[in-house]
Design a protein around this ligand. Structure first.
Ligand code: TRP
Length: 449
């Protein structure tokens, strides 16, 4: 297998670097997953853990991935080969492939929902009922159907397939570079709107006031999984993107901006959702369906709601496309290089796998694919984020902190001494805080401590 292309593409501009890493990080994880995870895990206590984990554990892991990726200009496999790591480390890469396929499968289901909602919004049906009607029922009717959820999932997988196999990611990125700042503006507008809802105070207290009696090991592992999922770390995604960075990219700054913007978008989503949850009488513990039930009610009471909702769901769709592209990149490159097949064929293989598992996930809500209590959607969602990504995070940080030459780490963080970076603190975080912190959270979730 050969990952060492003679000429490897690089990002042309600083904006391109930030936009692409943020494009991978910001997606359904922030706007769909964060609010419902916070809702089911008691609000404020979850939020506090989440933010602590992003800073203490997430940033060191992003930096580990950045350092390894830029140093080797290779993917998750090539990087271990180039650094002559022993075979055992490759287990991390295999785990990353499995995680990327699992995540893409359930991600496509939710992204399919965004297509459906864009369609409903554009045709004015989404907000036609006003804020008095119960949007949970109409959403349940849709997701519990047999054909519709599957068709929208397949549609999203097809779009991803076309983008990845034709290598038009650059085009999508250009579109997303314009749309993402716009999404941000819409989020802020919706936030302001939510702050004026009658029960805004109750919603904000739920989200920001930690109730430590709710701090269980489930909450803590949920927050860790959410931090990793949202930052796109633990499966080599950021590592692969960093392999396209040039020598001038400031790793610490890029990590900080990515984590900062990603967290900001999640918090904005929370501030939009929870005041609405309490005002319109929804349940914060609804789970994965929460945001799709509550947002129509928000748009229905907003002047010009049909237009706002059309824009919003279309942008959410684009945001999920840039995120799933970053996951596909991991397994498509792997299949092409490991099985010695063309990129076209490997994209088919990847899409085929996602198609099968995506269909099983899409049918989880009607119960058609469930085996007893087992739901593919829930299993893929929880197992990948709460188990595979944290394990990957331990592996990456141990490798960057203990196996990688100290000077390489320093040179990468400081661009060979030309940029300032708190190398000591970062190295301590990578060597000790991240692996130990993740291990402790992990062990407590297994009931070991
Ligand atoms: N972070 C993305 C989101 O929040 C999802 C994502 C993209 C991801 N690439 C990833 C998650 C790699 C884990 C690993 O929607």
């Amino acid at each position: 297998m050969s990952t060492t292309k003679k000429q490897r593409a690089q990002f042309a501009t600083k904006f391109g670097v930030i936009a692409t890493t943020v494009g991978s990080a910001v997606g359904l994880g922030n706007i769909w997953r964060f609010p419902y995870e916070a809702g089911t895990h008691g609000g404020g206590a979850f939020m506090l853990c989440y933010i602590a984990f992003v800073i203490l554990l997430g940033i060191p892991v992003i930096l580990s991935e950045f350092v390894l990726g830029r140093r080797t200009h290779a993917n998750f496999f090539g990087c271990f080969r180039k650094l002559r790591a022993s075979r055992g480390w490759y287990a991390l890469s295999y785990m990353g492939i499995i995680a990327s396929l699992m995540i893409a499968s359930f991600y496509a289901v939710v992204a399919g929902w965004t297509i459906k909602y864009t369609q409903l919004a554009v045709t004015g049906q989404l907000t036609a009922g006003g804020d008095g009607i119960n949007y949970s029922e109409s959403f349940a009717q849709f997701t519990q159907g047999t054909w519709q959820p599957v068709i929208y999932t397949l549609l999203f997988i097809l779009i991803n397939h076309l983008v990845v196999s034709r290598g038009v990611q650059k085009g999508i990125e250009r579109v997303s570079n314009v749309l993402m700042p716009l999404l941000f503006v819409i989020l802020i507008t919706l936030c302001i709107n939510s702050l004026f809802l009658p029960k805004a105070g109750e919603g904000l207290r739920f989200l920001f006031q930690p109730d430590f009696s709710k701090l269980t090991s489930k909450v803590v592992i949920g927050a860790l999984g959410q931090a990793f999922f949202s930052l796109s770390i633990g499966l080599g995604c950021m590592l692969t993107y960093a392999s396209y960075f040039n020598g001038e990219t400031r790793l610490v700054r890029t990590a900080g901006i990515t984590a900062g913007l990603d967290t900001l978008v999640a918090i904005l989503a929370g501030v939009i959702i929870f005041p609405a949850v309490f005002t319109f009488g929804y349940s914060p513990v609804a789970g994965p369906t929460l945001v799709f039930e509550v947002l129509p009610a928000v748009f229905a009471q907003l002047p010009g709601g049909a237009a706002w909702s059309s824009l919003f769901f279309f942008m959410l769709f684009v945001a999920s496309l840039t995120s799933i592209i970053s996951m596909s990149e991991i397994n498509v490159t792997f299949f092409a290089e490991e099985l010695h097949i063309s990129r076209r064929k490997s994209t088919w293989l990847s899409s085929g796998i996602i198609l099968i598992f995506g269909t099983l996930c899409a049918l989880s809500f009607s119960g058609l694919s469930n085996i007893g209590e087992f739901s593919f959607f829930n299993f893929f969602n929880d197992f990948s984020s709460n188990v595979l990504l944290p394990l990957g995070g331990i592996g990456v940080s141990v490798f960057a902190g203990w196996v990688l030459d100290k000077n390489i780490l320093r040179n990468q963080l400081t661009n060979n001494g030309t940029a300032k970076a708190p190398v000591r603190i970062i190295r301590t975080a990578i060597r000790y805080i991240a692996p130990a912190g993740i291990a402790v959270v992990f062990a407590s979730s297994l009931g070991l401590i």
